[in-house]
Design a binder for this molecule. Structure first.
Ligand code: HEM
Length: 415
């Protein structure tokens, strides 16, 4: 099936601002051509993989399907910009998601235990008080707010910046940098209007900022993630500067917009499904499964690539060594073969084996933290909300890598 218009639309950031259209495209591909050779005008061609089982088959075999050299969708122009910026390298930032074994295993192990539940438990109190602070803020706003820009973007940012040791006064700068890096195709989030392309200045700013943090944590180590990274040993040597920078950037960026989108997406889904809202408010023990369903529903990470190291047959298609495969997570999470009524938001969905956190060696490092954050916020918010409704049209970020709600205007009464 060759359809250049569809191929262009599938990767166009504007399509990601219209969720229904995106899901229509994916549904068509799952039905007609689930492993689809895609040739958009502005991107190098690739296979778009839209079935849940196929994505897991790829992710399970991290020796055959590598993260490097192609990680996310960059236009040919953006790829050229990276080459120019780096003086010949195909990646501007080298972080866990650009790595394969053996480096990936070693680098990931540095912080793995920090992000596991036993260590994270120590954050329960801090998350509860931060949640209270944000719900108090909502109350102070007097019954109307934009849940995205007033709460959902700031709360996970504060959590992640706390664990990276970034002081509060620098959070607006970090917000701007992470949004520009991830949402750089959205006209509202660009540094300047002309610059709808890979923004190398953002990366320079990140590097400058985290170089200072590294120096500080080497001199004054604490128990935060920044200190773990700054003082890490890799293959018997102190972590090199580029890998340390990549680590800060992946934690800062991966840990923020994703959780914001899921948080706002949960509230919108509850507003659009009042029976589910009533059920959840009546029984908060359903919160963990409601959160899982919200993460499936939103699927904030829209894709990652893998590149084949050998010829491989996937669902009858002949993948050639060197071909790249785009794993379309939102499509996997609406796959009719895996989910009953995939287009129904069901806070009691069981089982819910969504692929929103990926799978295999690169499975999201921060998934337990993300769940804890959302749980803390809604445990505080829902009991205090007497009434809540939409106060305007929600809108979505136009970005094809990580995206979610941009605005969610709500009106509410609180106890
Ligand atoms: C990787 C999703 C929150 C840190 C990933 C991947 C996905 C993902 C899809 C790639 C997995 C793969 O390739 O198989 C999400 C979602 C989140 C979330 C949906 C929120 C609902 C977080 C948080 C952190 C985080 C809070 C905090 C540090 C990371 C890191 C990686 C990663 C470091 C790279 C792991 C690796 O390559 O080994 N995430 N994430 N994420 N995530 Fe998350």
């Amino acid at each position: 099936m060759a359809d250049r218009a569809l191929d262009n639309e599938m990767v166009d950031p504007r399509t990601f601002g219209k969720e229904n259209r995106l899901h229509e495209i994916y549904a068509e591909l799952r039905r007609e051509d689930p492993v689809h050779w895609t040739e958009p005008d502005e991107y190098r061609p690739f296979w778009a993989v839209t079935k849940h089982a196929d994505i897991l088959e790829i992710e399970r075999q991290s020796d055959i399907f590598l993260n490097d050299p192609r990680t996310t969708l960059l236009t040919r122009q953006q790829e050229a910009d990276v080459l120019e910026f780096t003086g010949g390298s195909h990646i501007a930032i080298r972080s866990l998601v650009q790595m394969d074994d053996p480096d990936h295993r070693v680098l990931r192990a540095l912080t793995q235990s920090w992000f596991m539940q036993p260590n994270l438990k120590k954050m329960d109190g801090a998350l509860a008080s931060l949640s209270k602070e944000f719900v108090d803020k909502m109350e102070g706003l007097g019954g109307e707010c934009d849940f995205v820009t007033d709460v959902a973007v700031w709360y996970p940012l504060r959590v992640i910046m706390n664990i990276l040791g970034v002081p509060r006064e620098d959070e607006p700068l970090m917000l701007k940098l992470t949004q520009e890096l991830f949402g750089s195709s959205d006209p509202d989030m660009q540094r300047d209007e002309k610059q709808a392309m890979f923004d190398t200045n953002v990366i320079t700013d990140f590097f400058n900022y985290f170089t200072k943090i590294t120096e500080d944590r080497r001199a004054n180590p604490t128990d935060d993630v920044a200190s773990v990274i700054a003082n890490a040993t890799v293959h018997g040597e102190p972590i090199n500067h580029i890998d340390a920078m990549g680590y800060y950037i992946i934690v800062a960026t991966a840990g923020h917009d994703t959780t914001s989108s899921s948080t706002a997406g949960l509230l919108l889904a509850l507003l659009q499904n009042p029976d589910q809202m009533a059920k959840l408010k009546a029984d908060l023990s359903l919160l963990p499964s409601a959160i899982e369903e919200a993460i499936r529903w939103v699927t904030p990470v829209k894709h990652f690539f893998r590149t084949a190291t050998q010829d491989y047959e996937l669902r009858g298609k002949k993948i050639k060594k060197g071909d790249s495969l785009l794993m379309c997570y939102p499509s996997a999470n609406r796959d009719e073969d895996v989910f009953e009524n995939p287009f129904t938001f069901d806070i009691e969905r069981k089982p819910n084996k969504h692929a929103a956190f990926g799978h295999g060696a690169h499975l999201c490092l921060g998934m337990h933290l993300a769940r804890m954050e959302i749980k803390a916020l809604f445990s505080e918010l829902l009991p205090r909300l007497d009434h809540v409704e939409l106060a305007g049209e929600p809108s979505w970020v136009q970005a094809n890598f990580v995206s979610g709600l941009k605005h969610l205007p709500i009106r509410y009464q609180m106890q």
